[in-house]
Write a protein that binds this ligand. Structure first.
Ligand code: PLP
Length: 401
């Protein structure tokens, strides 16, 4: 997006504000479908948890995408946004059997990642199609918070438990129609992904009624200059070829499914903040913005480095700043990084703020959650109002003493 459009949005809607460029979401979606163009049945489930604003869900649905959900509430949001039940997959972890039952009763494809639950569910509902989430124990890279394939991970059914898994399926005569993996949120290496896929294919051969194989996600997008990014075109070419070969041997065409969150929406997002002041200490020049980890926690929670740009002074001389927030705790967005000269009142744009940013916002320090704006067809559209004082008290019960 262009600087002047972003500045105009900060002016119109105030700051801080999240902005999402719908055209970027669309181009990422097309990139993915093109990369897997050789596969006859492809299904892209957008991972709702990255960004669930109802208008974003509707836009993604209009693109033709399906939906990946992790809670019954996300399923409900998806249905409200117009996704057909058969286009929603539910991939929870550690939820109660009753929540699984509730979602299955809606007709949504469920994905089970626990043998104990599988046995209970299969015994009660042998007819209901169930997908199983396998943990191939492949480290997808990134840090340990986002690698979910390792041996101690709570996610998935271990590939080493295949014998027990098969026994449960046989005993219950349940209907396994899909097989799934999601190896983590940052794939650094295509070969690692293909290696995990081979393990999944091997497991898939054991089931006769499959209609799809879901390869999860973990596609990495670049967060800063010279950052590594998953080569989706190369992955598409290699995995499509391998998948088609698998289907030939399996005896019929299956659907190849993915569940990208970050890949679809991360780069579409900008988080705009205003600089409250510049503060020099003995060792550092701080730029203090009107936000904090209450609105944007990824740098503090994951060490994520989001490129920060001074859109009020794009031609200014680069200087070194630590960008911090206004929360009464350490809330450093970026340490000692080069940004075009900053003055009080300037607007800073944090890039890659589409995925897992607004979604993790809170009211800490009793601040309002920011507004959200969708940039679509050359214009800005408010898709979430900034909170107000009333919102802070909503659902609180005020006792009189
Ligand atoms: C979070 C999640 C995704 C999306 O991961 P991204 O890294 O955002 O693409 C996909 N599948 C499942 C099961 C998830 O939990």
């Amino acid at each position: 997006m262009e600087h002047h459009s972003l500045l105009e949005i900060a002016e119109t809607y105030g700051s801080p504000v999240y902005v999402y460029d719908a055209h970027k979401i669309e181009s990422q979606y097309k990139r993915l479908t093109n990369a897997f163009g050789e596969v006859s049945q492809l299904k892209i489930h957008y991972a709702a948890k990255a960004l669930t604003n109802i208008s974003v869900l509707k836009f993604v649905s209009k693109l033709g995408a399906a939906l990946d959900t992790v809670s019954v509430q996300e399923v409900q949001l998806g249905l409200k946004a117009g996704f057909a039940t058969e286009n929603i997959i539910y991939t929870p972890n550690g939820v109660s059997l009753s929540e699984l039952e509730k979602v299955a009763a809606l007709g949504v494809q469920i994905n089970i990642d626990n043998l104990d639950v599988l046995e209970q569910f299969g015994s009660k509902y042998p007819e209901t199609p169930v997908c199983i989430r396998i943990n191939p124990h492949v480290m997808a890279g990134g840090n340990s918070n986002i690698s979910v394939g390792h041996i101690d991970s709570k996610f998935g059914i271990s590939i080493h438990q295949m014998p027990l898994l098969l026994r449960i399926v046989e005993n219950t005569q349940m209907n396994i129609n899909g097989i799934h993996m999601h190896t983590g949120s940052d794939i650094l290496d295509i070969e690692v992904f293909l290696h995990a896929s081979e393990i999944l294919f091997e497991a898939a051969k054991q089931f006769k009624n499959l209609t799809f194989i879901d390869f999860g996600s973990g596609f990495k997008v670049s967060y800063k200059a010279h950052d590594f990014e998953t080569n989706i075109e190369e992955l598409g070419e290699k995995l499509s070829h391998r998948f088609n070969l698998f289907c030939e041997n399996y005896g019929r065409p299956l659907t190849l499914a993915f569940e990208p969150g970050k890949f679809l929406v991360s780069q579409s997002g900008y988080f705009l903040t205003k600089v409250n002041g510049i503060k020099q200490t003995t060792s550092t020049v701080f730029a203090q913005v009107d936000s904090g980890f209450n609105h944007f926690i990824r740098p503090m929670l994951y060490g994520a480095q989001h490129h920060i740009e001074n859109i009020s002074n794009p031609e200014g001389k680069p200087r070194f700043y630590s960008v911090v927030g206004y929360i009464c705790e350490t809330d450093t967005f970026a340490n000692n990084c080069r940004i075009n000269e900053i003055k009080e009142g300037d607007v800073l744009a944090f890039h890659n703020a589409g995925a897992y940013c607004f979604m993790m916002a809170s009211n800490y320090n009793s601040r309002y959650k920011p507004a959200e704006v969708l940039w679509y067809n050359g214009g800005s559209h408010l898709i979430r109002k900034r909170e107000t004082f009333e919102d802070l008290l909503l659902n609180q019960v005020e006792l009189e003493f």
